[in-house]
Design a protein. Sequence first.
Length: 288
Amino acid sequence: MGKTAIVTDSNSGITQAEAKELGITVIAMPFHIQGTDFYEDVNLTQAQFYELLEQGGDISTSMPAVGDVTDLWDRLLQEYDEIVHIPMSSGLSSSCETAYMLAQSYDGRVQVVNNQRISVTQRRSVLDACMLAEKGKSASEIRDLLEREKFESSIYIMVDTLKYLKKGGRITPTAAALGTLLRIKPVLQIQGEKLDAFAKARTVKQAKGIMIKAMQNDCQTRFKDAAGSNLYIDIAYTKDREAALLFAQEVEAAFPGQHCAIHPLSLSVSCHIGPGALAVACSHKFAE
């Protein structure tokens, strides 16, 4: 066993099987669906989730129970000296703040990373944490290094349907009806704390073009790396992996030499945007 344990949640998109391979722990995010409690990738698969979602099931997200988190930490600290805990962005959930408060009772043995990421960019932070732990960095050093890099990432998401944004109260029924009539495909943006509107497209093709151009602009301006050679560029999607594979080819053509990893978006994100979404994300390759 190593000195430092790495913990994250399923918003990272890391499955329980992948967690075992990596030697880390992934806390399954809870869902309440039609009166029953489910946990992502434990008793709720991607296929089951989308079936329930498209049937109009009443789905609500929640935070991991406080007792479940502290029980996990207590068990890990019997084997490890310390823990790095990497939750989803504090700007998108209160689970990060809750974890930070709980960690105050652990005399520095639990370090909570608030690096404001989710999905594939959160996944990259977890992999960076594993690499740093293998190099012998302490939990506090890993936290500081990851938080130093927290804004060195970007995500653009195309939403295929406005139904779920309307259901979650993120747009008004009138805006949803008009957008549906005009066949608008919103492009959303995550840079740091918040999910914001970025652009509107009329077709999937146009939306994909907007996202690729936005990512190229970020590489040239924010990251000063036009080719993206010092960046990981990843593709994420909801339900339709075939569409993601095609989108990855377009992104790779725009960034010659890049290989885009492809992962499903976490269910906590998916329940708010619905099936058919596509995303492109970048994360700065870690350098100490």
